[in-house]
Design a protein around this ligand. Structure first.
Ligand code: ADP
Length: 471
C-alpha cells in the first residue's frame, strides 16, 4: 500500500510533543513492513532543514479565498529517515521558525492542506490511504470528498488520528471561502457549535478515526472540549490504537545522548552512572531518589499543581528526595517552579526550555518520572521512562491507565493515583520514597519488569495496516 501521512510535525524535522514522535516513527515501521509510507509536512525553517540536502519534487499555484499563492514541495533524496519526507513551502506562511503560535495559524495550516491536496491531485496515480493527524490536517478528508477541484481523490480512503482533542483549530464561517469551492449542501460536516471546527470535520468526513489509546477514546465521550456528543455519535468508526516507541531513538543500550549506555543486565550500574552525572550537572545530591518531570507546562499536564506539590514535597520529605524539571509553557508556572527551586537550591533544579538531548539524559538518570496529567491521550514519556528503567508515577487517566500497572498489584511496576491534585501527587511521591529507601529488591524487580515490556511499533503498525486493508 502507498500511505501518505499529512502532519504538522514529524521528528526530527519538527517536534513539539508526541505527535512529532509518532509521525517520525509510524511511517518508518510501515516501510519496514514492506509498504510505501511517506510524510508530507510544512517546510518550517528548523535546524534540520538547513542541515540536510533537499531536491525539488513539485511546484504549483493555488488560491485560498482571495489569496493566490505558490507552493514548492521538496524531498529528502536519501530516505535516511526510513521513509520519504516531503516538505511544503509556501512563502509568507510556512517559512517560519516555530511550528505553531502565530496569529495566522488558521491561514498557514489551511493553505498547507490545500497545497498538499493540489500536489497529490497532480500525480499520475492515486495513493491507497491518506492518513491525517490532528486538527491541522482535519479539513483534508472533507476537501477530498466535497471540494470539486479534488474530485479525483474522492474515493481514496482517509484515516484521521486524534493525538490531542483539546485543540480543534476553530475558524469563523467568514473563512469558509478559504476551501476550494465545495458542495454547499455539505456545510454541516464542517460545523460544530456555530463555527468551522477542523477537528470535528476530520471526525465526520474521514472514513475511519483513531485515537492513541482505548481509554482516551472512552474518555472523549465524556470530556472532549465540546465534542463529546460527536464522539458518542461517531463511535462506530472510532478505534483506539496505542502508540509505540521508536527503539532506534529510545533505547538505553544504544542511546548516544546519554552518559553511559546500559541494558537490562547492567541497569543498576548504568542508571547510577547517568544519575551521578545528571546530579553533578544540576547540583543535586546523588544518594536521594530523584523525581523528574518532563513536558509542556500546561493545564493538560497538570503542571499548575507542580509548584505547590513539589514545594510541599521538599518541605515534608526534607532531605529524602530531589527534583528536576524540564519543560516550558505557562509563564506563571515557569516562574513559580523557578521560585521553588531557588528556595531549595540543594534539592531541586529546573531547566526551562526544550532540550531533546537532556530529556534522554533525564529518562536515563532519574528514579521516578512524574505525570499528574489531567488529560493524556497516550503519553509517550511514561513509555520512554519504562524503557529506561525509571518508575512512572502517573495519574489514572487515558493512555497512562492503559500502560502503567500499579506496584501494589501483582507484577506491577509503576505508581498510580486518581486525582490531579497536589495531595495525591505528594502521597504518590511518598510511596516512591518508601520504595527507594526500604524496598530495593522490589525496585530492582520493577525495573526489570518494565524494561522487558515490548512497546515497539511493530505491534501497533500491524493494527494500522489491517485497518487500511479493511478500508
Ligand atoms: P504531548 O504530545 O501531549 O506533549 P507526549 O507524552 O505524547 O505529550 O509526548 C511528549 C514528547 O515531548 C516526549 O518525547 C517528551 O520527551 C518530549 N518533551 C516534552 N517537553 C520537552 C522538553 N521541554 N524538552 C525535551 N523534550 C520534551
Amino acid at each position: 500500500m502507498e500511505i501518505v501521512h499529512v502532519s504538522a510535525e514529524c521528528y526530527p524535522m519538527a517536534k513539539s510533543g508526541g505527535l512529532g514522535d509518532v509521525v517520525g516513527a509510524l511511517p518508518k515501521y510501515q516501510t519496514q513492513a514492506k509498504h510505501y509510507a511517506k510524510v508530507v509536512m510544512p517546510m518550517y525553517r528548523t535546524k534540520y532543514l538547513y542541515q540536510n540536502q533537499w531536491q525539488v519534487d513539485a511546484k504549483g499555484t493555488v488560491t485560498m479565498g482571495e489569496l493566490f499563492f505558490e507552493y514548492t514541495v521538496i524531498k529528502d533524496p536519501t530516505v535516511k529517515l526510513g521513509f520519504d519526507l516531503y516538505l511544503v513551502d509556501i512563502p509568507g506562511l510556512l517559512d517560519r521558525e516555530q511550528i505553531y503560535g502565530y496569529d495566522d495559524d488558521t491561514e498557514r495550516f489551511t493553505a498547507f492542506q490545500i497545497a498538499v491536496l493540489d500536489w497529490i491531485n497532480q500525480w499520475q496515480h492515486l495513493p491507497d490511504v491518506v492518513h491525517c493527524h490532528d486538527h491541522h490536517t482535519g479539513l483534508v478528508p472533507f476537501m477530498m470528498k466535497h471540494s470539486y477541484a479534488f474530485q479525483k481523490l474522492s474515493k481514496v480512503p482517509t484515516v484521521f488520528t486524534i493525538h490531542n482533542a483539546q485543540y480543534q483549530g476553530w475558524m469563523g464561517w467568514n473563512k469558509s471561502n478559504y476551501l476550494p469551492a465545495w458542495d454547499s449542501w455539505k456545510g454541516g460536516l464542517l460545523e460544530w457549535a456555530g463555527t468551522i471546527n477542523p477537528l470535528a470535520a476530520g471526525i465526520k468526513a474521514a472514513w475511519k478515526v483513531t485515537t492513541v489509546s482505548w481509554s482516551y477514546l472512552e474518555e472523549l465521550r465524556n470530556a472532549a472540549n465540546g465534542l463529546e456528543a460527536l464522539f458518542e455519535y461517531e463511535k462506530g468508526k472510532c478505534v483506539g490504537i496505542l502508540n509505540g516507541i521508536d527503539a532506534d531513538v529510545w533505547n538505553p543500550a544504544e542511546d548516544s545522548f546519554i552518559h553511559q549506555k546500559y541494558s537490562l543486565a547492567t541497569v543498576k550500574k548504568g542508571k547510577k552512572a547517568n544519575k551521578d552525572k545528571l546530579c553533578e550537572q544540576f547540583g543535586l545530591p546523588k544518594n536521594l531518589p530523584l523525581f523528574v518531570f518532563i513536558g509542556r507546562l500546561v493545564g493538560e499536564k497538570a503542571a499548575d499543581i507542580l509548584p505547590d506539590a513539589l514545594g510541599r514535597a521538599l518541605y515534608y520529605y526534607k532531605n529524602q528526595c530531589s527534583i528536576l524539571v524540564l519543560g516550558s509553557g505557562d509563564k506563571q508556572v515557569e516562574l513559580e517552579l523557578q521560585q521553588v527551586a531557588a528556595a531549595n537550591t540543594n534539592h531541586m533544579n529546573c531547566y526551562i526550555g526544550y532540550n531533546e538531548a537532556l530529556s534522554h539524559q533525564i529518562y536515563a538518570g532519574a528514579d521516578f518520572l512524574l505525570m499528574p496529567s489531567r488529560v493524556e491521550p497516550c503519553g509517550l514519556n511514561q513509555l520512554y521512562a519504562m524503557a529506561y528503567g525509571t518508575v512512572p508515577v502517573v495519574r489514572n487517566t487515558g493512555g497512562l491507565r492503559d500502560t502503567v500497572k500499579d506496584m501494589g498489584d501483582a507484577g506491577g511496576w509503576g505508581i498510580r493515583f486518581n486525582n490531579a491534585t497536589a495531595d495525591d501527587l505528594l502521597h504518590a511521591m511518598y510511596r516512591g520514597i518508601d520504595l527507594y529507601q526500604n524496598h530495593a529488591t522490589q525496585l530492582q524487580n520493577m525495573r526489570a519488569t518494565m524494561m522487558q515490556i515490548n512497546h515497539s511499533w511493530e505491534n501497533c503498525v500491524n493494527e494500522y495496516l489491517t485497518m487500511y486493508e479493511n478500508l
